[in-house]
Design a protein around this ligand. Sequence first.
Ligand code: CO
Length: 402
Amino acid sequence: MKDLRIERVEIFLTQPHDERCRLAVVRVRTSEPGLDGLGCATFTQRHRAVQAALEHHLGPLVTGRDPRAIEDLWQGMMVGGYWRNGPVLNNAISGIDMALWDIKGKLAGMPCYELWGGKSRPGATAYCHANGRTPEDVARSARRLMEQGYRHVRCQLGGYSGLKGEDLRPPGGAPGAYYDPQEKLRRIPDLFEYLRAELGDEVELLYDVHERLAPCDAVKLAKALEPYRLFFLEDVVAPEDMQWLRMLRGQTAVPIAMGELFNNPQEMTPFIAERLFDFIRVHVSQIGGITPALKLAHLCDAFGIRTAWHGPGDVSPVGMAANVHLDVALHNFGIQEWAERSEAEQEMFPGRPEVREGTVYPNGRCGLGIDFDADMAKEFPCHDREPGWTEARLPDGGMGRP
Ligand code: CO
């Protein structure tokens, strides 16, 4: 196959599951009939911008090139615009990068995890989300997951907006997803005391702060949660406040997961080298795909940091397949976030990784092992409304962090 070329790059936007989860799937077609690859470019809040970046810039840039030169194409896509990095561009790059790895596996006649050193484990341990408006509801939701075999559960009280939501909106305040940071500080330690007593010692519990506390309060919360032996505490500070992790590390041994909002591995490198967190949690398409994720994971390995790739409903099943191939191959895999999908979404993506008893397994097929029904995707078009939950507001009416 001397003259293999990229013939066409296509992007599909679809929303088969949840109106908060607009998915972007990229297909790279090659000059070899039947040889193509799939990638995830899902930036659910700015999906049209990613579409434009692919259709107008990156697609034309790689068309006609040899799809086997993944590293070279990745570098070209990253610096080709001179100004580089950022969520729109990185997601667009990821769509192509993942598809190229999918093609590489198909050419080699191997699943992608074989290309990266083979399996370190048969499957990836996963965690799901238990939500509720009372500690009793959260415990019920967690028990249901434990009955399905999950041994790790993320437990949240009150969803995105906390418990009071709109009730907190002050007179004259703009609409938004209102939350009270102090409510977390007051109620979350009690929640975990209750959950430990109700659910026992065997289950691993996780909590996501969603960067919604002032840094000093985040340190306080981490200390208050220490007795309940969390598996990890996620996004305890905002990426802008990473320096505060030094103070937190000095005061508590609660394992810290960071990085969902990072774009560029260079943003995290100094904190990795200082071992200021325990789990790297990037959204793989957000940093530019599999090529940078492999490098980042190996860097983290050198510093004893494990992976916990972002994996809620706003990662497409193609992106989840990429996560799971990385999970089973990487020595320093930690855990995989996992979300149940609608029947329509499962049907649209045949071959997606399967979960059994709280562990996710790739299917052993070549490349990423996943397909995509583009005709069916047309029946589930995306709406273009703003997501709403990201307009997070504090009780005084000012903007907070989502
Ligand atoms: Co999170």
